[in-house]
Design a protein around this ligand. Structure first.
Ligand code: UDP
Length: 458
């Protein structure tokens, strides 16, 4: 029997490409062929990475920004262009696959690309959403559009009153995704989530594949009876998880240039002594916030590895941190690194993170406790799960101006460097490995889904 062929379409951002690539590799592992498609610019960057396993091939479509998105680009305009232009160019890509006799059994697409389902449908191909955030956040958005919108919007009026949604932990105003705030500059993404649910609920057997696992979010996965959430995560390179493919040591789709020397530097540090700090591929800390952070690191006196992405422009004097020399004596500042490699290094003791879902699940898989420093989107909710549900970290409290002061930073660092949170984090590391190994919940879930899709097509 010929292997089933799937098309996987992903948003051209690092936080989408990383889990999608792992998802593609998992599909290949269960006997499928996958064409991985993203926008041209990201595709070109990925092509510089190492070659993919057999069964996985790459394709691209134009989002209208083939030279890359310029700094300061209005993201709302970009999302409109991506939908308009991407719908045409992705449709051409599917048509040329079909003309070449390649039968695409299903199209998978990641969060914020609901229009891909419409393109697939116009070619008569069924599609499935791959949700790359926790099930809790998926449920939350569902509730927002189905009966709880007024309640959720009223949290701003009563910030001290938690809202209780079925199957979710009690959430304060500061825990809910920022896009639900009418003042949030990215709340234009809300209609995209709404569209995801419209498409889902039109299906005869509505199902979402989610980058989570049964033991991590047992209640959230089952909270909503209108659709099924299938945990297929965590989507992390095999070498750091189940070890089935020891050569799979990186996502293989870095859009940024990594620096070198930091692993050798980590090798020289004592076990669990290093503070690792990174805020993902989008967020940037303000200059005053970086100064507070730097002061906290100097006062803590521990070794640290801090990722500060550079814009590619020459560094200006005003960007320089005031205590640069003391920082250099203690730690290393790099523009990008292989994060899972760092988190799985024995010398890393804690992770100061913006709580993007990939960073959060990587911290769990590597058993590293976190200082949660959420910025926007789902990060607030992820931080809530980390601190109050899994208890693998503590969240910083900003002052009235929204600044996390150095004393507060140091308080959090001392707390997470203790044993209790590390023990909790290691519990989830073991559960994550259990979920993805052969016969584990995520492995079984994915195999069952692929078998079903294959049988339905026969
Ligand atoms: N990452 C990395 N090196 C870095 C910083 C980030 O490899 O120096 C990876 C990280 O491992 C994660 C992704 O970039 O897989 C960031 O995704 P996340 O969801 O955490 O945040 P986003 O970038 O979407 O805000």
């Amino acid at each position: 029997m010929a292997p089933p062929h799937f098309l996987l379409v992903t948003f051209p951002g690092q936080g989408h490409i990383n889990p999608s690539l792992q998802f593609a590799k998992r599909l290949v592992r269960v006997g499928a062929h996958v064409t991985f498609a993203t926008a041209i610019r990201a595709h070109l960057r990925m092509a510089e990475s190492k070659s993919p396993p057999e069964g996985l091939s790459f394709a691209s479509f134009s989002d209208g920004y083939d030279e890359g998105v310029k700094e300061g680009q209005d993201i709302e305009v970009y999302m409109d262009d991506l939908k308009r232009r991407g719908s045409e160019t992705l449709s051409d890509l599917i048509a040329s696959n079909l003309e070449n006799g390649r039968r695409l059994l299903r199209v998978f697409y990641t969060t914020v690309l609901p229009w891909v389902a419409d393109v697939a449908r116009s070619h008569g191909i069924p599609s499935t959403l791959v949700w790359i955030q926790p099930a809790t956040v998926l449920d939350f958005y569902y509730y927002y559009f189905h009966g709880y919108g007024d309640l959720i919007r009223s949290t701003g009026d009563n910030p001290s009153l938690p809202i209780q949604l079925p199957g979710l932990p009690p959430l304060m105003a500061s825990d809910i995704p920022s896009f639900c705030n009418s003042k949030d500059e990215y709340n234009f993404t809300l209609p995209l989530f709404q569209r995801h649910f419209e498409i889902l609920l039109e299906e005869a057997n509505p199902r979402v594949l989610a980058n989570t696992f049964d033991a991590l979010e047992p209640d959230a996965i089952r909270a909503i009876d209108k659709f099924k959430v299938i945990g297929i995560g965590p989507l992390i390179p095999s070498a750091f998880l189940d070890g089935q493919d020891p050569s799979d040591t990186s996502f293989g789709g870095d859009l940024f240039k990594s620096s070198s020397g930091y692993i050798e530097w980590l090798d020289m540090k004592p076990k669990a002594s290093v503070i690792y700090l990174s805020f993902g591929s989008i967020s940037v800390l303000s200059k005053p916030q970086k100064e507070e952070m730097a002061r906290a690191l100097v006062e803590a006196g521990r070794p640290f590895l801090w990722v500060i992405r550079t814009s590619g422009k020459e560094e200006r004097d005003e960007d320089r941190l005031s205590c640069e020399e003391e920082l250099e004596n203690l730690g290393m500042i790099v523009p990008w690194c292989s994060q899972v490699e760092v988190l799985s290094h024995h010398s890393v003791g804690c992770f100061v993170t913006h709580c993007g879902w990939n960073s959060t699940s990587e911290s769990l898989v590597c058993g590293v406790p976190v200082v949660a420093f959420p910025q926007w989107g789902d990060q607030q909710t992820n931080a809530k799960l980390v601190t109050d549900v899994w208890r693998t970290g503590v969240k910083v409290t900003p002052n009235e101006q929204g600044l996390v002061e150095s004393d507060e930073m140091r308080r959090c660092l001392e707390l997470v460097m203790g044993d209790e949170m590390r023990r909790n984090a290691q519990k989830f590391r073991d559960l994550a490995r259990e979920a993805v190994k052969e016969g584990g919940s995520s492995d079984k879930n994915l195999r069952a889904f692929v078998d079903e899709v294959r049988e339905a097509s026969e």
